[in-house]
Design a protein around this ligand. Sequence first.
Ligand code: SAM
Length: 323
Amino acid sequence: MESQCVRVNKKDGERTRLELITHGVLNKDLKIKPDGDHILIPVKEVPEGYGNIGYDDFEEVIKEKTPSELLGTSPAFELVGDIAIIDRYESDLLRIADALVKQKKVRTVLYADTPVSGEYRTRTLSYLAGDNKTETVYRENRCRYLLDVSKVYFTPRLATERLRIAGQVKDGGTVVDMFAGIGPFSILIAKRCPNSHVIAIDKNSEAVRYLRENVKLNKLENVEVREGDVREASKGVQDADHVIMNLPHSGFEFLDIAFGMVKKGGLVHFYAISHENDLFGGIIERIKDAAIRCGSGIIPIGKRVVRPYAPYQYNICIDFRVT
Ligand code: SAM
């Protein structure tokens, strides 16, 4: 299709493209193309100050239809790397899978047969479309994670939460991630705080295998990986500045271990599942009781809903200082 265009040196191409976007004149429906040492950028009109203009033929950008556009409804799914996992409440699975696999970023479509369950918080997944695989690389907050979605716990829905916790950690000191999984809290913190010592613990040997891979993938030297039940694997750790307890269904059982590791004045980030009728009060009372049994006290310094979990139930986090 013929369009008016701006001709610029290749080296000035990206700067000019951004300027044209700022002026609101870049024609995003047409593809930018090379012209010897120059590039031709299609525009809807030429703003003042651009001398080298002309007309040329351009290829149209083929816009990918979203799953919602293809289906007429918005299916619930989670995208982990290039694997789309359809929510277990969805029906008409093959039609949804067909729409998802048409997306450029999706290589595989799986279906969550079961909810996350058991000690390792994993779920059963079945294959629906695309490449028949369960391993992928997921990118989040400038970190990369290799994982097998059928063997370990992982959700991209905590990306903002992980950033929020990492934002509370000052560089230096010790951070313990008691239920680290493949390492999304540990690795982000270790990367942002290169002088901190991060101890990442998990009992699922598959999660630990990926955690070790992810430490290498992100070129980190300040993560100490420990495999085993946290009761055993945390032995010898003390005076931690931060302890992360991301085991929302049974974190209470491990509060004594956390109190044993955190220093006075240190912070614990405690996750739980809570009913909307009493989101925080009851949980804070239970933490206070556990603290007293361990000869400690607590001052809650933050409480928030992380995400909805089930009807009337929420995944919440309480940050508390240990006294
Ligand atoms: N923090 C990770 C994340 O955000 O992806 C994983 C959280 S997942 C909810 C909880 C993790 O705790 C699982 O990887 C599970 O294997 C691990 N886990 C459960 N019980 C454990 C225990 N007693 N000791 C150590 N790890 C445990």
